[in-house]
Ligand binder design. Structure first.
Ligand SMILES: [Zn+2]
Length: 264
């Protein structure tokens, strides 16, 4: 939809784009839906209630000094998967401030709830490099029918760790496709159907989908940050899963703002 070049250069232009999207039928006051609203850069004013309110606060940006144009450019750059360094060039804030804002945006994303079921693929993958103690093991599941995913950190490849992940994210009775790792061999004993394939023999077919998830996770990590850092993992995984499971939030900045605000 927008590129940063399309954004109005002044704050008043930006607030108009935002209000047109959020109030397609015209701005109304939050108390009595009065239509006699005056728009200012810093506040809205209802001339019937004779009260003012902050749209920034309603949109979740009330606690910091950030201009409307910076809000749009920040969310736009983030949705487009630009690195913090590139966003910095668009928004004009310090690197640390951008990182903080990105973490806040990620916190607005919905947490995935609910188990996947039916035909599913599971697999594990390492992120990061072992040196500097900066490597983690993640486990993932993809549901064939919906393409929805769940990904979570697991401590190791032990059977208990694998089954702990499945307890949380996969309905018993589902038919699991997995590689022939020893921790997968007994999954039928805990209530799942099981089809194993042997990665060692180049037999990837049954877990193709989950392999694809790992390679796009790798690309996502490389593209959105200079290097993988363990401490950012919760935010990375939340964003990565949301981009797949809640694609509607990532179409454009205005939709994101509206759907994750206190307004809708
Ligand atoms: Zn009013």
């Amino acid at each position: 939809m927008y590129t940063v070049l399309d954004l109005p250069s002044d704050d008043y232009g930006c607030i108009q784009i935002i209000t047109n999207h959020i109030y397609p039928l015209g701005i109304v006051c939050p108390w009595e839906n009065h239509e006699s609203v005056l728009v200012r850069e810093k506040y809205m004013w209802c001339s019937v209630c004779r009260r003012k309110w902050s749209l920034k606060k309603l949109l979740g940006f009330g606690y910091a000094k950030i201009s409307w144009r910076q809000i749009l450019a920040l969310v736009l750059g983030w949705i487009r998967k630009l690195s913090p360094g590139d966003i910095l060039g668009m928004v004009g804030m310090s690197y640390e401030t951008i990182q903080r804002w990105l973490e806040r945006l990620r916190k607005r994303l919905p947490e995935d709830a609910g188990k996947l079921e039916g035909l599913v693929e599971i697999d594990q993958s390492y992120l990061g490099k072992r040196k500097n103690n900066n490597q983690v093991l993640v486990m993932g599941v993809v549901e064939r029918e919906s393409n929805e995913i769940r990904i979570q950190l697991i401590p190791d490849m032990a059977q208990d760790s694998v089954e702990g992940f499945l307890d949380e994210w996969v309905e018993p009775g589902s038919l699991i496709h997995a590689d022939a790792h020893s921790s997968h061999l007994a999954l039928e004993d805990v209530g799942y159907g099981l089809i194993l394939c042997n990665h060692d023999r180049g037999h990837f077919g049954p877990t193709n989908r989950q392999e694809g998830v790992w390679s796009s996770l790798d690309r996502f990590v490389i593209r959105t940050r200079v290097q993988f850092m363990k401490r950012f993992l919760p935010g990375i995984l939340r964003e990565f899963c949301a981009r797949r499971n809640h694609q509607e939030l990532f179409t454009d900045p205005l939709t994101f703002l509206k759907l994750t605000s206190n307004l809708s």
